[in-house]
Structure formats: C-alpha cells, structure tokens
Design a binder for this molecule. Structure first.
Ligand SMILES: Nc1ncnc2c1ncn2[C@@H]1O[C@H](COP(=O)(O)OP(=O)(O)OP(=O)(O)O)[C@@H](O)[C@H]1O
Ligand SMILES: [Mg+2]
Length: 251
C-alpha cells in the first residue's frame, strides 16, 4: 500500500520579480509504501530540508503533487493541513523539541491533548508507548532530568502517539556523537521492525542512512539514484559510500 506519492515536485525560492531565484527542488517524484524505512540523502544544499518541509505540510511547493494517504496536501488550506498533519504525521526533530515545563508523559501526550482525545484513551496510549520504549519509570520526570538517550526515546514515543501514517525525521543524527547516533537509529529501526511504522528521514550521514532499507539520493533538487539494502548494515554502508563517490558532492 502506498503511503506517500510525490509527483514532479518543484520548489523555487524567491519566485518573485527582482529577486534571484533558487530552484531547490527540480521535479522530484517518489513513492513510499507502508512499512518502509527510507533515507533521502544528498549533499548540503541539495534540497533535503526543502523536500521534507513540503512533504510534512510545513511549506508549499511551487508545483507538483504530494499525496499522503491518498490525499493531495498541496491543495489543502492552511487549517486543513494543520489538522491533517496532527492526525497523519509523526515528526522527530533534530534537537527533540521537548517542552521543559511539561513532564515526559505530558510531552508525549501533547498531540492527543490538543486533539481533545478522551483522557483514559490518552493514558492507555502513553503507557503503551512508554513501555514499548522502556521508559515507563520516567513518566513524572522533566526533560532536564533525563539523559540524551532517554530524550530520544521520549521524542520517538511522542512521534508515534497519534498512530501516524508516516514518521518524518530531518537529520536525526545531526548534532550527535556516534554512540547517540547509533541509539536514535536503533530506535527508529525498532519502530519500523516491531510495529511496522513507515519512516522517512533525510540525512547526509551515511552511517544513519545505512540503518534504512532503501536510500534515495538527490542532488541539485533531482533524484539521481536509489539503492536497496540486502539486510546487512555494513555492506549497505559501503554501498552508500560508493554511490556518494560516484554521484559526487559529498558534504
Ligand atoms: N527560505 C529560503 N529562501 C531562499 N533559498 C532557500 C531557502 N531555504 C533553502 N534555500 C536554498 O535552497 C537550496 C536547498 O536548501 P535545503 O535547505 O533544502 O538543502 P539541504 O539539502 O537541507 O542542505 P543541508 O544538508 O545543508 O541541510 C539551497 O540552495 C538553499 O540555499
Ligand atoms: Mg537541511
């Protein structure tokens, strides 16, 4: 089943008179199926963040279509997109974006509280996810009381709280040392493996990408190539490095 379909997506910044135009996305087409774990890779400036912002409804493309769960989000009005995102998309932010004034269980529950879900249902769902990620004991703690690895798991639980059709992540290993990178990629792998979450992340980090099952390479706003993993992470890592050296522009 197809979760995400992108047709000929373009994004031109400064597309108004007098300013210098930047073509960040130049006709991107791709498809993500249910249960896939995909990385979009590309050098700095290749359009990764621009793409993710449009796929997640944060920004609008200049032309093209983005179907999420068979609905074209590019034609939705602002309020409609906001609601649609809250129901269908999970997001893991680079710096995790936990709110310091809320306990961890409140942080995780927040999207459902905003959606006015019945408190008993919220509690059940929070318990379920906290136990899945092995953080049940942290319920009443605050973000500043826990370790970086625990924060990652809280952020992952929050991304899944609305049972999203797809989870997006932008450079999840961006600011992290190798141990923490390994942790967050392991968490995303577990989400994909154990509960069949569909995960799409953008990264320029071959190590992070090697955890995925498929990598789509973009450069200058265009899809250049894609490769699939045979399940062996080390081999996939080498293959990713090889493709990077062929298409060039490693950041
Ligand atoms: N708001 C903006 N206004 C004008 N140009 C922009 C804007 N945002 C991005 N760009 C340009 O669009 C191109 C793609 O940028 P984007 O941020 O999508 O790249 P990226 O692949 O995420 O890079 P990085 O790996 O450095 O995060 C770049 O040339 C960038 O300078
Ligand atoms: Mg970026």
């Amino acid at each position: 089943m197809e979760i995400l379909r992108v047709n000929s997506l373009t994004k031109v910044y400064n597309a108004f008179k007098g300013a210098k135009e930047v073509k960040a996305l130049d006709g991107i087409s791709l498809s993500i199926g249910k249960g896939e774990f995909v990385a979009i890779m590309g050098p700095s400036g290749s359009g990764k963040t621009s793409l993710l912002n449009i796929l997640s409804g944060v920004d609008k493309g200049t032309s093209g279509e983005v179907y999420l769960n068979n609905r074209d989000i590019t034609t939705m009005k602002k309020d409609e997109v906001t609601l649609f995102r809250r129901k269908n998309i999970g997001y893991i932010f680079q710096d995790f974006n936990l709110l310091d004034s809320l306990t961890l269980e409140e942080n995780i529950a927040l999207p459902l509280i905003l959606d006015k879900v019945n408190p008993k249902n919220i509690e059940n769902r929070v318990n379920e996810l906290m136990s899945f990620f092995n953080i049940e004991d942290l319920k009443k703690k605050y973000p500043y009381n826990i370790s970086g690895g625990e924060k990652q798991r809280v952020a992952a639980a929050r991304a899944l709280i609305n049972d999203p059709a797809i989870v997006f992540a932008d450079e999840p290993t961006g600011n992290l040392d190798s141990k923490s990178s390994n942790n967050i990629m392991g968490i995303m792998g577990k989400m994909n493996q154990d509960i069949s979450s569909t995960v799409l992340m953008v990264t320029h980090d071959p190590f992070a990408a090697s955890f995925c099952k498929r990598v789509i390479f973009i450069k200058d706003g265009k899809v250049k190539m894609e490769i699939n993993s045979n399940g062996d992470r080390k081999q996939f890592f080498d293959k990713i490095l090889e493709v990077q050296s062929i298409i060039g522009g490693v950041s």
